[in-house]
Design a protein around this ligand. Structure first.
Ligand code: NAD
Length: 280
């Protein structure tokens, strides 16, 4: 990979997390100056310190992607310390148990059952659904409003959103997360079109299944063996394994650099073939 990101300013929300901290480090290795934004300031700071210790340029910045004033404060810090943004990665995102059903299919007997731990479609909490839509969709839209103004007519400007497998076809149990990521894929296409005359390319990564803290207990048991859901995923992933954060960096760097200068509005699966496989 050529280091055509030299001196570019990259802003990555959720940069203190598992996947995005790896992306932040990959961008820094290619010469980008990286602003690691996260709700958890200490995690953002830690990632920035690791990048600096490895010889890169990075700052950690506290930022809540759901609070415009917090994003504006982060923007001011980035502008002062690193300069205007060239690359924005909307990485903050996730699911919530209150937007998740406990079962894969509704069973008639469960409709009025008061069983501990049972959450059918009818029990889904609108607050949980709203949390997930806000975090994933609004949490990508607001940072784009704040940071993309600097990118208008700035050559080489790029926005990367983070979609998911469940945007193509919904995964069972997680209707809010599936819907919110579908909205992200749709928004990526919309924004790519809207920004096409001002030179900002907008694309998305759709990671397959990566073992992280958010999904570890869903996919693996305490002894490290796979849960039924974990097994189903591996059986439906032609390459037969979960992804590792490093699997995303090649596609990320391609989408951020000049090698993709005629590419906008795409959602690239990085999924070991999951989205290509019919299951039979
Ligand atoms: P993660 O939980 O490790 O990282 C998410 C980060 O976002 C955390 O550091 C968290 O503190 C931060 N965050 C949460 N709320 C925030 C807010 N309001 N403002 C700012 N930061 C906030 O999760 P991850 O697995 O690394 O996920 C990164 C992205 O990739 C997410 O958008 C996720 O939906 C997406 N994704 C993950 C997978 C997977 O298999 N792990 C698959 C597809 C997509």
């Amino acid at each position: 990979m050529s280091s055509n990101l030299n001196g570019k300013v990259a802003v990555i929300t959720g940069g203190g997390g598992i996947l995005c901290s790896t992306m932040a480090k990959a961008l820094a290795k290619e010469g980008a100056k990286v602003a690691v934004l996260d709700l958890k300031a200490e995690n953002a700071e830690l990632v920035a310190q690791e990048i600096s210790a490895a010889g890169g340029v990075a700052i950690g910045v506290a930022c809540n992607v759901l609070d415009v004033n917090s994003i504006k404060d982060a923007h001011a810090i980035v502008l002062e310390k690193l300069g205007a943004c060239d690359i924005l990665i909307n990485g903050a995102g996730g699911n919530h148990p209150k937007g998740t059903t406990s079962g894969t299919h509704l069973i008639a007997e469960e409709v009025d059952a008061q069983t501990e731990g049972l959450r059918t479609f009818f029990d889904l909490d609108p607050e949980g659904i709203k949390f997930v839509f806000d975090l994933n969709f609004i949490g990508s839209l607001l940072p784009t409003q704040v940071f993309a103004k600097d990118m208008v007519s700035k050559p080489g400007s790029v926005i990367i959103n983070i979609s998911s497998m469940n945007a193509f076809r919904p995964l069972t149990k997680i209707p809010a997360y599936s819907g919110a990521k579908a909205a992200i894929s749709n928004f990526t296409q919309w924004l790519a079109t809207h920004f096409s005359k001002v030179g900002i390319r907008v694309n998305a990564l759709a990671p397959g299944f990566f073992l992280t803290e958010q999904n570890r207990t869903l996919l693996t048991n305490a002894d490290g063996s796979l849960t039924a859901r974990g097994n189903t995923i591996i059986e439906h992933t032609p390459m037969g394994r979960f992804g590792t954060a490093d699997d995303l960096t090649g596609t990320l760097l391609w989408l951020c650099g000049d090698g993709s200068e005629f590419v906008t509005g795409v959602v690239v699966p990085v999924d070991g073939g999951f989205s290509a496989f019919s299951g039979v």
